[in-house]
Design a protein around this ligand. Structure first.
Ligand SMILES: Nc1ncnc2c1ncn2[C@@H]1O[C@H](COP(=O)(O)OP(=O)(O)OP(=O)(O)O)[C@@H](O)[C@H]1O
Ligand SMILES: [Mg+2]
Length: 352
């Protein structure tokens, strides 16, 4: 009881009516992704038939559509693709709902999916956009039907939105559908400025002031830890806010949360690697210690990433760069690659 009371008091002192960092999706809290939004709206304006929005979990796909729906009444939203082809008929209900009352009364709904395209052609008068979220969950048969609908229905743009794995699904099974996707819009992550905006907007939305109780230093930390992935930002902010409330301080004390600088000191001894970033140096140090080593082993020694997936992606990117610059080489063993320092890097390190 006391704890909850303390928490409430702390919120009140901060001027916050509630915790700003919940995973609730609110269109007025959207930040960033301007390029992607413009690109999407341009394609819709041009009445392109098929567009794909691709992004990792928590990158903001559902938030983006929620924002667009709030601005524009062209959108018909499916939060998931239908499980079976037979359920595709229900899509017509979503379109019927949009019609004026008097025309709804006399409508004859299609009985088979084969009739759906013709039916939609009859009732769609103004250009519409069908937005299907979680598209990576769709079966191949359902996707085939979306292709047919896209081909046969005029005045309709279809937007698929899903995880990057959808690309592989298409490549493996549905080259014909893949070829029809005119534009792939990727949601990667927010910039540091947008990360700050996200935090500021949420705090001010519940009555707080600016970024309080965060500090610019905390924002740097949050950005570095999350790589700008919106859901990860919110989860980390929530953790930090709660810690601050528990400690009952006005600002977040960054020293309480910062990781202790560990191996980085040692890496800095590698004097000759001056043109490499700290992260690249750390990878080189780890390879030197453990070579030959595979990326999934390498990430076990990293702590700065919010999840294994982030770590693997980041480490793979760092490795790619290091190979390109001649510091590292790789060999294929079975299905995976193992990494070594190139002889010249080793010589360089020994001398230094
Ligand atoms: N551009 C953004 N601006 C502000 N907040 C965002 C933005 N994008 C996402 N968020 C917030 O991050 C969280 C995750 O976003 P969202 O659910 O839209 O991601 P998603 O890509 O649909 O994830 P999933 O693939 O798991 O469905 C939400 O709480 C949302 O409010
Ligand atoms: Mg989503």
């Amino acid at each position: 009881m006391g704890e909850i009371e303390n928490y409430r008091n702390w919120l009140e002192k901060q001027g916050l009516s509630k915790n700003p960092f919940t995973l609730e999706i609110n269109p007025s809290l959207l930040v960033g992704y301007e390029k992607q939004i413009t690109n999407l709206l341009k394609n819709i304006e041009q009445k392109q038939k098929l567009i794909l929005i691709s992004g990792a979990t928590g990158s903001g796909k559902t938030s983006l559509i929620t924002y667009l729906i709030s601005k524009n009444n062209k959108f018909i939203f499916l939060s998931k693709p239908p499980r079976q082809t037979s359920q595709l008929i229900n899509i017509s209900d979503k379109f019927i709902k949009e019609l004026p009352l008097f025309s709804r009364i006399f409508i004859k709904k299609p009985k088979k999916i084969e009739d759906v395209p013709q039916f939609l052609n009859n009732i769609i008068k103004e250009p519409k956009v069908l937005y299907i979220d979680e598209i990576h969950e769709a079966s191949i048969e359902v996707l085939e039907w979306f292709r047919i609908i896209s081909d046969q229905v005029q005045n309709l743009s279809i937007i698929f939105s899903g995880l990057p794995i959808f690309d592989e699904i298409l490549t493996k099974n549905l080259e014909t559908l893949k070829k029809r996707i005119i534009e792939k819009i990727e949601l990667n992550a927010l910039t540091k400025e947008e990360t700050e905006q996200l935090i500021r907007k949420r705090i001010e939305f519940v009555g707080g002031k600016g970024i309080n109780p965060f500090t610019p230093e905390t924002i740097d930390y949050i950005y570095n830890r999350t790589g700008g992935f919106p859901r990860d930002i919110i989860i980390l902010c929530n953790k930090l806010l709660n810690t601050t409330a528990e400690n009952n301080t006005e600002y977040i004390d960054i020293n309480l949360i910062k990781e202790k600088p560990d191996k980085i000191e040692k890496v800095n001894d590698f004097g000759k690697l001056t043109n490499l970033s700290v992260k690249q140096k750390k990878i080189i140090e780890l390879i030197l210690e453990h070579e030959p080593i595979a990326p999934n082993k390498l990430i076990e020694f990293t702590t700065e990433y919010p999840s294994e997936k982030h770590a693997l992606r980041a480490v793979n990117n760092l490795l790619k760069r290091l190979i390109f610059e001649g510091y590292v080489e790789r060999k294929k063993t079975g299905k995976t690659y193992i990494y070594n320092l190139t002889p010249s890097t080793r010589t360089l390190l020994i001398k230094s």
